[in-house]
Design a protein around this ligand. Structure first.
Ligand SMILES: [Ca+2]
Ligand SMILES: [Ca+2]
Length: 180
């Protein structure tokens, strides 16, 4: 009887040990995986955080300056260019990515319309960023009905409503500069 009990105890003991080992391995690998994911997230965040020089601030994946005054298009463009630190360039913002558009829109107070770095000045109806890339038409970027100014309105504006519109370069409005 005693021997049988001892035998049972030993079996129970070794089964329990094995189960504990199994649990430890699972827990270990789960924690390792969680650490990996968290490291990846941290790396992702690190890529998105710029050391933006004054007066630029990091918004999403870029360095931007949101104006606190209003200027006509040409003056806004010149002002943006003048903000670049030595060895870098800046200009009116190129907002070609839908996700980044949303981030920026959430960030700024839309009390004004803002100049962006796009136009169809070179060829009516052929909307281009200052980078030369095509500005996609329609949703989700443009307000319904815009652009509507034909040759009277050749410059891209981010309207208070968060959408693109074409405007005449002579009007005064806010502007968004970007470190390129
Ligand atoms: Ca036009
Ligand atoms: Ca318009």
């Amino acid at each position: 009887m005693l021997n049988q009990l001892r035998g049972l105890r030993n079996v129970a003991h070794s089964t329990m040990l094995n189960q504990l080992r199994g649990l430890r391995n699972v827990a270990h690998s789960t924690i390792l995986n969680q650490l990996r994911v968290s490291t990846q997230n941290t790396n992702h965040i690190r890529i998105n955080v710029h050391n933006c020089p004054e007066p630029f601030e990091a918004i999403g994946v870029g360095c931007y300056y949101i104006s606190e005054k209003s200027l006509n298009r040409a003056d806004a463009e010149a002002e943006c260019a003048s903000l670049a630190p030595d060895g870098s360039t800046s200009g009116l913002a190129v907002l070609s990515d839908c996700h980044q558009h949303g981030i920026l829109w959430n960030h700024i107070s839309l009390k004004w319309d803002y100049w962006l770095g796009g136009s169809d000045e070179a060829a009516e109806g052929d909307w281009r960023w200052s980078s030369g890339d095509e500005i996609l038409r329609g949703a989700p970027f443009w307000f319904p009905g815009q652009p509507n100014g034909s040759e009277m309105e050749n410059y891209l504006s981010l309207s208070k409503n968060g959408y693109f519109a074409d405007e005449a370069g002579t009007i005064h409005q806010g502007y968004i500069c970007q470190l390129m």
